[in-house]
Design a protein around this ligand. Structure first.
Ligand code: SAM
Ligand code: SF4
Length: 417
């Protein structure tokens, strides 16, 4: 028996691609192993969105050198955003790697290898990721993703519908549609279908209970879209809507295409159109030239918006991007860390308060699996819930009465509905 091991870093797109690669390998006779030292094939699915991630990817890649020396038959493949168009250069730098392939290139690779099988998980998780659009056309000034994942490329509606039907047939109950900017879905397809149309089609699939999607770009979320979200009963009231900064000059330098006020209005409209909608956001602190005053505007907007989660990153210059070329990385690392921790502390309080409001309430949880002896799953608004129960519940929808809450989780008792 041959074994494979995939090490996945980074975003949901990478997770989705690793899941599919694993499934394809299993159809070719491989079996998954947690222990990289035992594997015959190791795949590193990398992320380079920040310098720290790139360092981790490179040190992992270097550590594989020793393993390869002791086991020359070991095959090593690298994918994800570390792989740029200069594959020749990568091959020279890392001669112990057998294959480099770019992010999203799995379908092409499968076609080239010509073996039978598809890349859909045989036994998908009750909540499964489905990529719907590759690449990004936005070129935010700090971001390396468009250089590594290329221009936007949407998968046809019919292909996605057929795939989701197949996944539901194999046991999936919820799909998360993933892409760097899912709200620009379809503009490159004949007839220009949009995300609302895709959601409408998926909403009709029998046996599919919930639909999520991420990430949405604030400049591409329209009022009509919010209304469609509210109308479609299977679409979960949850949006991942990165803010990045609350200061208009920084937003302009980031090339985000909206102002703080526009973001504020968008959240207001979404909350009006979709009652109880949960919002997750991302923020970058210490962007080139960010003053204390500008940082304060971000902090104020985060305090005002009261999002359910905020992911904070310290700005990291990425070679090849406009920001790294033209703007000095002027905020010292210690100051970036202070700013990051201030937003994190603020958000921890906000999230704790929002979740405390759920104490005593009943929530519906799609059970995904067990962790340390307890079942876990998510609510409609993507809150993580833990509870104990003797029966086998994976893939079931359970009512849970919440009795304990923290900023990032809920706990409760299951009850029969
Ligand atoms: N497409 C999404 C969006 O519009 O924001 C997110 C994709 S990006 C790969 C994920 C997150 O990484 C971003 O929201 C941003 O906060 C962070 N990020 C991207 N480039 C960064 C950089 N150079 N330094 C720090 N954080 C960065
Ligand atoms: Fe990067 Fe901006 Fe595209 Fe998000 S929208 S992937 S931050 S370029």
């Amino acid at each position: 028996m041959a074994y494979y091991h995939i090490w996945t870093m980074g975003c949901q797109m990478n997770k989705a691609e690793s899941e599919r690669l694993g499934s394809y390998l299993e159809q070719q006779g491989y079996q998954a192993t947690e222990a990289a030292e035992e594997a015959d094939l190791i795949v590193l699915n990398s992320c380079v969105v920040r310098h720290s991630a790139e360092n981790r990817a490179l040190s992992r890649l270097n550590s594989l050198k020793t393993l390869k020396r002791s086991r020359p038959n070991l095959a090593i493949a690298v994918t994800g955003c570390l792989v740029d168009s200069e594959v020749g250069e990568l091959e020279r730098r890392f001669p112990h790697v057998d294959l480099f392939f770019g992010p999203g290139a799995l379908p092409d690779l499968m076609a080239r290898v010509g073996r039978r099988g598809d890349a859909l998980p045989r036994h998908p998780s009750p909540s499964t990721l489905v990529p719907i659009i590759q690449g990004c056309d936005n070129f935010c000034s700090y971001c390396i993703v468009p250089y590594r994942r290329g221009r936007e490329h949407s998968r046809p509606v019919e292909e996605i519908v057929a795939e989701v039907e197949e996944l539901v047939g194999r046991g999936a109950r919820e799909v998360s549609l993933v892409g760097q900017n899912v709200n620009s879905y379809g503009h490159d397809l004949p007839g220009r279908p949009d995300l609302a149309q895709l959601l409408t089609r998926l909403n009709e699939i029998a046996g599919l209970w919930r639909i999520r999607f991420l990430t949405s770009h604030p400049k591409d979320v329209s009022p009509e879209f919010a209304r469609a979200m509210a109308r479609l009963e299977k679409v979960c009231p949850h949006l991942s809507l990165p803010l990045q900064s609350g200061d208009d000059d920084i937003l302009r330098a980031m090339r985000r295409g909206y102002t703080g006020e526009q973001y504020r209005q968008l959240i207001g409209r979404l909350r009006q159109a979709i009652p109880g909608v949960a919002i997750s956001t991302d923020v970058i602190v210490g962007f080139p030239g960010e003053t204390e005053e500008q940082f304060q505007r971000t902090l104020d907007l985060v305090a005002e918006m009261r999002c359910d989660t905020v992911h904070v990153a310290a700005y990291s210059p990425r070679p090849g991007t406009l920001a790294s070329r033209e703007m000095a990385d002027s905020v010292p690392a210690a100051e970036k860390k202070r700013r990051r921790q201030r937003i994190e502390a603020l958000e921890e309080g906000i999230a704790a308060e929002i979740n405390a409001g759920l104490r005593g309430k009943a929530v519906k949880v799609l059970v995904e699996g067990k962790r340390r002896g307890r079942w876990y799953g998510r609510t409609l608004t993507a809150k993580l819930v833990f509870f104990s129960h003797g029966a086998e519940l994976r893939g079931q929808l359970m009512g849970v009465r919440v009795d304990k809450t923290g900023p990032w989780w809920l706990e409760g008792m299951a009850f029969e509905e």
